[in-house]
Design a protein around this ligand. Structure first.
Ligand code: F6P
Ligand code: MN
Length: 339
């Protein structure tokens, strides 16, 4: 049995002298996030008994109704990370602007404190997503603009999944992954309270028969996306020559977790419902961290045309279309969009 602490110790032993201090800072920040993850797990296990269900009575910057647990999870992460000495600032789905933490910190942390909030009140999976970036203006107070770095700059990214068991999945960037472990998964042992390693070097098959999309938006999609789904629905009677199956958790963490476990493609496409929005999901704390996980597991992650991690961000809350997972399916979507 390898606990998260054992795992990190091994990674600190193999880290190169060039990046040892950066890696130890990243590890410290992940430890802070997982400690909060355990607190959120506890609250979710108590459920209705912990008074975490229902609306908080406010809207976030995205114009979405906040649930009580969105606010609680956000506050827990905010308090814990702003007191971590390595953290120079944080940005959250639930906060309009970045929050400055420690000027001497060398890292920035972005998070979606509770992904899939519509699942809270019905006892279905939710998650916490995080992305860790370097802070390049050490010694100065953090601004929103400091966070506007490409996904390829991430030092580590991951999520906590609050499902029938609580799990942690993350990856270091290639440069920091001195043990070549790729994407790793840990399960929270409820008896010991420790995260224990269950899988490493997770690899996503290039092909799949499973896709995730909210098809109620079909009429709002662009024609190439409609065509792609039409082809999947035609199954053995259509050009693809095989039958596909749909799965939709309504929490991106749940859908990405399934893809890391058994493959598939996840799509939240651009649609014409609100032309001012490029998609539903947010680039900086949803799409980029998930893209790092998916690519490090051998999958692909695009906006249907371009690689997500190559986006030059312009806003911490910017939205993006997301097509990620099995390489060959993502390629099919790209080909239809390029035609
Ligand atoms: O964070 C946004 C989100 O909750 C994702 O986690 C999820 O994939 C998606 O929205 C669900 O969207 P819909 O409400 O259209 O099913
Ligand atoms: Mn979310």
């Amino acid at each position: 049995m390898t606990t998260l602490n054992d795992y990190f110790q091994s990674h600190l032993n193999t880290a190169s002298t060039d990046n040892h201090s950066q890696k130890s800072a990243v590890i410290d920040v992940i430890n802070t996030i997982t400690t909060v993850g355990k607190e959120i797990t506890e609250l979710l296990r108590k459920g209705a008994l912990a008074d975490i269900h229902g609306e908080a009575g406010a809207e976030n910057v995205q114009g979405e109704q906040q649930k009580k647990l969105d606010v609680i999870a956000n506050d827990l992460l905010l308090n814990a990370l702003t007191t971590n000495k390595h953290c120079a600032g944080v940005a959250s789905e639930e906060l309009d602007d970045a929050t400055a933490a420690n000027e001497a910190g060398e890292l920035l942390v972005l998070f979606d404190p509770l992904d899939g909030s519509s699942n809270i009140d019905i006892n279905m999976p939710t998650g916490t997503i995080f992305s860790i970036l370097p802070y390049n203006n050490k010694g100065q107070t953090v601004q929103n603009s400091d966070f506007l770095q490409k996904g390829t700059e991430q030092l580590a990214a991951g999520y906590l999944l609050y499902g029938s068991s609580a799990m942690l999945a993350f990856t270091f960037s290639d440069a920091l992954d001195s043990d070549n472990d790729g994407v790793v998964m840990f399960s929270l042992n409820p008896t010991s309270g420790e995260f224990e390693l269950v899988k490493k070097n997770i690899a996503i098959d290039e092909d799949t028969k499973e896709y995730a999309i909210n098809a109620s938006n079909y009429r709002h999609w662009l024609p190439p996306m409609q065509q792609y789904i039409d082809e999947l629905l035609a199954g053995t009677t259509g050009s693809r020559g095989k039958n596909f199956n749909t799965r939709w958790v309504a929490a991106m963490v749940g859908d990405v977790h399934r893809i890391l476990c058994r493959g598939g493609i996840f799509i939240y496409p651009k649609d014409t419902k609100d032309p001012s929005k490029a998609g539903k999901l947010r680039l900086m704390y949803e799409a980029n961290p998930m893209s790092l996980l998916i690519e490090r597991a051998g999958g692909a992650s695009t906006d249907a045309v371009n690689r997500i991690m190559d986006y030059e961000p312009t806003d911490i809350h910017q939205r993006v279309a997301v097509v990620l997972g099995a390489k060959n399916e993502v390629l099919q979507v790209q080909q239809l969009h390029k035609q």
